[in-house]
Design a protein around this ligand. Structure first.
Ligand code: GLA
Length: 416
C-alpha cells in the first residue's frame, strides 16, 4: 500500500532554508507558506459565478529568501517534478521593462505574481522554493506557489493587505503568465483557508462562509491517480467557452442565473422578459427548444454546471447539519455529472471512485479539480481509512498515492 503523507510544514521549511544557504550563502530573512487545496464539491462552477466548497490542505509551498541590492531576482526551486532549469535569474521588473512568461514553466507562476503584485515596485531578491503539493496532481500546486510568492513579497514591500485583491492578483498571474484561464477557487482558498473548516465560496460576490469539518470520526481521503492526460490544458478553455455560449443563448450573463427548471424546459420557464414568439407566447422560454437551441453538447455542459451549483449549496448545508450520507450522495452525483455531462473525468478516476464506493464506511467519492487525471476525494468514517486505501490500491490498475488531510489555515508568514 502507498504511504500516507501527513504534510508537515516544518521539514519543508528546514529543507528550503538548507537549500538557500547552500545556493546563496547566508541565511534567508523571510519565509512564507501557502497551501494547496482539495475541492469537496462544486467543480467547474467557479468561472460560472457559482458556489464551490474547497478546503485548504496541510500540503503546501514554502518560499524563503532575502532582498538584495542589485535589482536582480534569483530563484531556485527544489519542488519535485519542476521542469529544468531549476535556477533562474532575471531583473526585477520596472514600468518600462515588465516581465514576460517563458521557460522554465515553473518560474512563470513566480514571475506572474511579481508582475501583478499590488505593493510594488518589487526589489531584487534571492529565494528558494520547496513544495510538498504533488505537481500537476489537481491539488493546486500552482495556486499554492502563486500565493506563497505573493505572501513572501508582502514581507519585502507590503501592499494594503486586501486579501480578496491578493487572490485576484494571483489568479491574474495564472491567466497571463501560465495561459490558464482558471476561476478564482484555488487562489481564494489558498489565501483564505480556515483550520477545521471547508469554505463555501460564492464566486460571484466572493463572500465565503466557513463550514465546520472537524468531526474526529470523519476523514477526508485524497487519492492521486498519478496520471495526467494531455487534454487537461486544451479542454478547460473549451468548457469555459461552452458555458458562456450557453448562458448567452439563455439570455443570462452566467449559468449561475439559470435554474434546472428553466434549462430542462416546460412552459412558463421564463428566462427573461423578451417575447420569443416561438414556443411560448408570453415570455421567451427555453421549453423543448433549449436543448436543440444550445446543441446537445453545450446543453449537457450547462446541465452539469446548473446542477452542480445547486448540489454544492445543498452539500454545504448537509455538512453543516452533520448529514454525511446526503453529502456523500451529492459527491457521487457530482462525479457522475462530471463524467457524463461535462466529460472531464477519465477511466483512472472512474476506477478510483468506483473502488472507494465499494468500501464499508465510505459516504461518497468523486474526482476533484479540473479533471483528466489528478485526484479523487473520498469522505469516509475515520476508522475505514486504512481498509479503503488497501481496497482502492488493490482495485486500481495504476499506482495510487494517498493523503489523509485536515482543513488548514490559508497562507501565512513563517517565523524564522
Ligand atoms: C481548476 C481551476 C479552478 C476550477 C477547477 C474546476 O482547478 O484552476 O479555477 O475551475 O479547475 O473546478
Amino acid at each position: 500500500m502507498a504511504a500516507v503523507a501527513e504534510g508537515g510544514r516544518c521539514p519543508l521549511l528546514a529543507a528550503a532554508r538548507g537549500a538557500y544557504e547552500a545556493a546563496f550563502g547566508g541565511s534567508a530573512a523571510v519565509a512564507a507558506w501557502a497551501p494547496g487545496r482539495v475541492n469537496l464539491i462544486g467543480e467547474h462552477t467557479d468561472y460560472n459565478d457559482g458556489f464551490v466548497l474547497p478546503m485548504a490542505l496541510q500540503l503546501g509551498t514554502v518560499l524563503v529568501g532575502s532582498p538584495t541590492r542589485d535589482g536582480t531576482v534569483s530563484i531556485l526551486t527544489t519542488a519535485p517534478g519542476a521542469d529544468e532549469p531549476h535556477r533562474v535569474q532575471f531583473p526585477a521588473p520596472t514600468l518600462s521593462h515588465p516581465l514576460s512568461p517563458g521557460q522554465p514553466h515553473w518560474a512563470n507562476y513566480v514571475k506572474g505574481v511579481i508582475q501583478h503584485y499590488r505593493g510594488g515596485p518589487v526589489p531584487g531578491f534571492n529565494a528558494v522554493i520547496a513544495s510538498d503539493v504533488p505537481l500537476g496532481g489537481g491539488l493546486s500546486s500552482s495556486a499554492s506557489l502563486e500565493v506563497a510568492t505573493y505572501t513572501f513579497l508582502q514581507q519585502l514591500c507590503p501592499d494594503d493587505g486586501d486579501l480578496v485583491a491578493k487572490a485576484l492578483a494571483c489568479q491574474q498571474a495564472e491567466h497571463t503568465f501560465a495561459s490558464m484561464p482558471c476561476g478564482i477557487m484555488d487562489q481564494f482558498i489558498s489565501v483564505m483557508g480556515k483550520e477545521s473548516h471547508a469554505l463555501l465560496i460564492d464566486c460571484r460576490s466572493l463572500d465565503a462562509v466557513p463550514v465546520p469539518l472537524c468531526d474526529a470520526n470523519l476523514a477526508v481521503l485524497i487519492t492521486n491517480s498519478n496520471v495526467r492526460h494531455a487534454l487537461s490544458g486544451s479542454e478547460y478553455p473549451t468548457r469555459r467557452r461552452q458555458c458562456q455560449e450557453a448562458a448567452a443563448a439563455l439570455g443570462r450573463s452566467s449559468l449561475r442565473d439559470v435554474t434546472m427548471a428553466e434549462l430542462e424546459g416546460g412552459h412558463g420557464a421564463s428566462v427573461g422578459s423578451r417575447h420569443c414568439g416561438v414556443c411560448c407566447r408570453v415570455y421567451m422560454c427555453v421549453c423543448a427548444a433549449s436543448r436543440s437551441r444550445l446543441g446537445e453538447e453545450v446543453y449537457r455542459r450547462a446541465r452539469h454546471v446548473v446542477g452542480e451549483i445547486e448540489r454544492t449549496a445543498r452539500a454545504a448545508q448537509a455538512l453543516q447539519d452533520g448529514d454525511y450520507v446526503t453529502f456523500g450522495m451529492l459527491m457521487v452525483e457530482s462525479h457522475n455529472s462530471l463524467r457524463d455531462d461535462y466529460a472531464v473525468s477519465c477511466p483512472e478516476l472512474d476506477q478510483l471512485v468506483a473502488a472507494a464506493l465499494e468500501v464499508d464506511g465510505v459516504y461518497g467519492s468523486r474526482m476533484t479539480g479540473g479533471g483528466f487525471g489528478g485526484c479523487t476525494v473520498t469522505l469516509l468514517v475515520a476508522e475505514a481509512a486504512e481498509r479503503a486505501q488497501q481496497h482502492i490500491q488493490e482495485k486500481y490498475s495504476g499506482t495510487a498515492t494517498f493523503y489523509i488531510t485536515k482543513p488548514s489555515d490559508g497562507a501565512k508568514v513563517l517565523p524564522l
